[in-house]
Design a protein around this ligand. Structure first.
Ligand code: ADP
Ligand code: MG
Length: 274
């Protein structure tokens, strides 16, 4: 195999990305006439893990989908406010939706690899979806790198041609993380990524989150307060009271949210009183 020429331009697939600060500015959201979020403002800083907590139905998933322009795919959905990625509004006219998706990846509650596709092809599928061109060598390198970062490489290196669907649930979720990483996102959104997993797999994903936070900004929705306490640097507590739209009651450093919350509703929630 010929060595790469010195000074050879590295393709997009091997370029480094850097974590970005994501900022929601007065974001409100509707499904038809039903307002589900009320002027949510939150800064999610680079190199930090932000946990979004709060009861079911308070708009956490909707907020997450707004952060990478998935909300607008629902026919009845609309929104107001801005989402800034290192200061640039991802909703600016002229900015393509695919661009936002590439920079801001998403991992869902239920692991959703392409089950019949090989482990290798699952990782590189992210490239195709993100419109990134890569040669064979780039791909091989990237597959190893992304699977390593997702904590899966050692388990699958000898069976990259096996279908993604043959993996355990926890492994499938790590494969989905690897797939997201392939396009070098600057932010990774995770919507309850461990709710479908056993405790051991959950801990593996938490370790991965911890290691990834140096290179990608992480925003995670979780119902598990211990998990929020373990993985996050800051928390935002969402609540939708008596039919009002979801809003942030309180946000701040995770330690403060758990040990010295300012609002009694936050104290009740983090202590499991509702
Ligand atoms: P959470 O993730 O905190 O449980 P969601 O963002 O899923 O909350 O939901 C917030 C509100 O938006 C709920 O009232 C829910 O019923 C409503 N909602 C969510 N998705 C849709 C949709 N596709 N169409 C209509 N209403 C929706
Ligand atoms: Mg949700």
């Amino acid at each position: 195999m010929p060595a790469a020429k010195p000074g050879r331009r590295r393709g997009a697939a091997t370029a480094q990305s850097s974590p970005a600060t994501l900022e929601a500015d007065a974001v409100s959201a509707w499904f038809g006439d039903h307002k589900v979020l009320e002027r949510v403002s939150l800064t999610m800083p680079a190199r930090k893990v932000t946990a979004l907590i709060g009861p079911s139905g308070c708009g956490k998933s909707t907020f997450l989908r707004i952060l990478n322009r998935m909300h607008e795919l629902v026919g009845s959905a609309s929104l107001a406010g801005r989402v800034l990625l290192d200061g640039d509004d991802i909703y600016d006219r002229g900015r393509r939706i695919t661009h936002a998706r590439r920079e801001i990846g998403m991992v869902f509650q239920k692991p959703n690899p392409f089950p019949a596709m090989s482990i290798y092809d699952n990782v590189t599928a992210g490239l195709k979806l993100g419109g990134v061109k890569a040669g064979r060598e780039d791909k091989d390198r990237l597959v190893e790198e992304c699977l390593t970062k997702a904590g899966l490489w050692k388990e699958v290196r000898d069976r990259l041609r096996q279908p993604g669907g043959a993996l355990s649930g926890g492994q499938q979720q790590r494969l989905c993380i690897a797939r997201s990483l392939a396009v070098r996102p600057r932010v990774l959104l995770m919507d309850e990524p461990c709710s479908a997993l056993d405790p051991t797999s959950t801990r593996r994903i938490e370790e991965t989150i911890h290691e990834l936070s140096e290179e990608v900004t992480i925003v995670i929705v979780t119902h598990n307060m211990q998990q929020a306490a373990r993985v996050s640097d800051q928390c935002a507590f969402f609540l939708a009271e008596q039919g009002t739209p979801g809003a942030i009651v309180e946000h701040g450093p995770t330690d403060a949210m758990f040990h010295a919350p300012q609002d009694s509703r936050t104290a009740d929630y983090v202590q499991g009183r509702f």
